[in-house]
Write a protein that binds this ligand. Structure first.
Ligand code: ADP
Ligand code: MG
Length: 363
């Protein structure tokens, strides 16, 4: 969506500029076009910030007590659903912890409560409940769609209009909505579903027309065992063994940060701010180059073309592409070719360390 929005903004900006070319410098209209241009530039800036925010918030899972988090949101949720709807909170006792990003939990609750509010005409009731539940193999065989394991169950129920089967079959589809254009986006439940899946949980929906709806979210219990501790240690030792990495990136600030990060992880670094210079570096470098990390979109030559040229000089050279866009630009039907890795900007040092190690260990 941000992409489409930016394209629309580009058209607004270019058209305003073109229109200004046709105007005399003294004309009053010029001022109006100037204002349009400035507002469009401001809007473009806001999209950039939103994009950065959206990426950042996907990567901060914490061990949490669901009850604490729901409680801290109650005031906000009450304001969201309004005074005519009663909000009941039934916290389960002895709740297990879960591991997820708390802002994702906020998003789930806000979306489910808004949907419940929209389903209720006039006076009604919304109930938020938590409990622990263990699902065994036998239960899951009898109840398709369930997964065995220990879960913390978060359910949000309402006594609103409910849904018929035709609606129920589609509710998780992005952009599916039965609401007016200015009211619904159809993204709420799609987002809830995405978040739950990302956290290895699952969602069940019970609803009947005119009776109400109950949405149940099963989140896997977080077990604070030694396995976790070992994983953490493994994450931390993803260091280099002096391997040589060539980084090609046309943004000098990013290039210098990456050089610092990778040197700190014990790699030997070669850097180039332009793809054509990188070819010269590879030709002249006497030692072995173990890995290429390159930006995808660069002036004069793009990342995939550069990789191809360098691979003809160093056969079997593995590479990591990095981009602010998704991997689509360099994958064929969503599948990356063998030996090709992708990392989305902006990334943390841990993410970089992990993918670099993975690319190097492939050989
Ligand atoms: P939106 O709320 O923007 O329409 P959602 O993805 O949140 O998008 O929901 C999709 C559709 O599912 C809604 O338009 C509505 O028809 C149905 N729905 C969701 N929650 C409820 C609910 N609690 N009660 C009745 N219908 C619901
Ligand atoms: Mg919604």
């Amino acid at each position: 969506m941000a992409h489409d929005f930016n394209n629309a903004l580009s058209v607004i900006m270019s058209t305003a500029e073109l229109a200004m070319d046709g105007l005399d410098t003294k004309e009053q209209l010029r001022e109006y076009f100037d204002d349009i241009l400035m507002a469009a530039k401001r809007a473009a800036n806001i999209t950039r910030q939103l994009l950065a925010f959206a990426r950042k918030q996907t990567i901060a899972p914490k061990v949490l007590d669901l009850n604490d988090n729901v409680e801290s949101m109650l005031k906000m949720l009450r304001r969201l659903i309004g005074e005519d709807i009663n909000l009941a909170w039934l916290p389960g006792s002895g709740l297990w912890s879960v591991k997820m990003d708390p802002s994702q939990l906020d998003q789930i609750l806000a979306n489910l409560c808004v949907n419940a509010r929209d389903a209720i005409e006039g006076v009604g009731k919304v109930t938020i409940e938590t409990t622990t539940i263990t699902l065994d193999q036998a239960y899951c065989l009898d109840n398709p769609g369930f997964v065995p394991g220990k879960f913390v169950l978060l359910s949000v129920g309402d006594n609103g209009c409910g849904m018929d089967k035709k609606i129920l079959d589609n509710i998780f589809e992005p952009f599916f909505t039965t609401k007016d254009v200015d009211k619904g986006t159809g993204l709420g439940l799609a987002m809830v579903y995405g978040i739950v899946k990302q956290n290895n949980g699952f969602v069940k929906v019970y609803s009947e027309p005119d009776r109400g709806t109950n949405i149940r979210i099963y989140l896997p219990r977080h077990e604070a065992t030694t396995v976790e501790a070992q994983e953490d240690i493994r994450d931390k030792i993803l260091l280099g063994r002096g391997e040589t990495i060539l980084v090609v990136e046309d943004d000098s600030e990013i290039l210098s940060i990456m050089e610092k990060m990778l040197k700190g992880l014990d790699y030997t670094l070669l850097t180039s701010i332009a793809p054509e210079k990188a070819i010269g570096i590879v030709r002249e470098y006497a030692g072995k180059i173990h890995l290429l990390i390159t930006d995808v979109v660069m002036p004069k030559m793009n990342g995939p073309d550069l990789a191809e040229q360098l691979q003809s000089i160093c056969p079997g050279l593995n590479c990591i592409f990095m981009s602010g866009y998704t991997a689509d630009a360099i994958s064929h039907q969503g599948v990356l070719a063998k030996g090709v890795h992708f990392i989305q900007k902006p990334f943390s040092r841990e993410e970089l360390a992990k993918i670099v190690r993975k690319a190097l260990d492939e050989n």
